[in-house]
Design a protein around this ligand. Structure first.
Ligand SMILES: [Zn+2]
Length: 299
């Protein structure tokens, strides 16, 4: 019998967390646990793997070493194109990331996150551009899409706003970039509406859903900045996942010192999706099959 036939869909066993931060990372003193300790806990729960994201520095080198330290759990990383990598999208950094000793551990390039226009605009600053003044992708954005397509890895939208994500999804389709991901698709303040989510799916994008979305808002967060944001409900995310479960996946985006432990949060999330009516097969898709496919693993 195939293992997925007997798997408890709400168990952490076999899941892949596609969005996890841990110390060392920025902001300083923000994270609850360091990468080694956290991954030991993930392995003890029987999780299949993780995709590490770092706000400033690439994580593929760490994934290379952590994989050797922790047999039994798959560890991958990538690079966020924030200002640490240059004032513009730095394709040379991506090429070198992919071609160095740890290149095989780089499975995702993220467009700017905290250095995106969406985040910096409200502080009166300019972020790293991905579109031109008319809303069309820059040539460097298209070249980056081609680079990720040829390497068979993901390109994710980072902290692009909803309309920018839609423009990028259209460009990804015309570039034949298969693994194009809308990061944190229902996380406020950049949450897609369900209509925007449908349009992204129609363009062939994958949507990421992060558990952090449940831990925003005044009643659900101890983090001052997160208390100002709207909370997304698990029912909303389940309704979106039902549209196309084979094109959506989950990540925790947790491990902030002031939030519940990411494994606790993931467990609650999986049960929440089940209670919201998401089918067993769809839960297996978003927590296991789609992550495996996007990471290039045999599922
Ligand atoms: Zn994150």
């Amino acid at each position: 019998m195939h293992p997925s036939n007997t798997q408890n869909e709400c168990s952490l066993h076999g899941i892949i967390d596609m969005h996890i931060h841990a110390s060392p990372d920025a902001p300083a003193h923000w994270w609850g646990t360091d990468k080694l300790s956290l991954l030991e806990q993930y392995r003890a729960e029987g999780c299949r793997g993780v995709l590490l994201i770092g706000n400033n520095w690439p994580t593929h080198n760490e994934a290379f070493l952590l994989s050797r330290l922790l047999p039994g759990i798959l560890v991958f990383g990538g690079m966020v194109l924030n200002f640490c990598q240059g004032q513009k999208l730095n394709l040379t950094a991506v090429e070198r990331c992919l071609s160095d000793d740890a290149g095989a551990y780089c499975r995702c390039i993220w467009l700017p996150t905290m250095d995106a226009d969406f985040d910096l605009h409200k502080k009166g600053k300019t972020g790293i551009p991905v579109l031109d003044g008319t809303g069309k992708p820059l040539s460097s954005t298209l070249d980056l899409m081609a680079l990720c397509r040829d390497a068979g890895i993901m390109l994710a939208t980072g902290h692009s706003g909803p309309e920018v994500s839609l423009a990028l999804a259209r460009a990804a389709k015309s570039t034949h970039l298969e693994k194009f991901v809308v990061t944190q698709s229902m996380l406020s303040p950049r949450a897609l509406t369900i209509e925007q989510a449908k349009r992204c799916l129609d363009e062939g994008a994958f949507l990421e859903h992060v558990v952090l979305a449940l831990f925003k808002g005044e009643e659900h967060s101890l983090i001052p900045a997160h208390r100002l944001h709207a909370r997304t409900t698990v029912e909303n995310m389940a309704r979106c996942m039902e549209l196309a479960p084979e094109r959506q996946f989950i990540g925790s985006d947790m491990n902030q010192a002031l939030n519940p432990h990411p494994l606790t949060a993931l467990h609650l999330f999986l049960h929440g999706l089940k209670d919201a009516g998401l089918s067993r097969d769809s839960i297996l898709a978003v927590s296991r099959r789609v992550p495996a496919r996007l990471l290039g693993l045999e599922s």
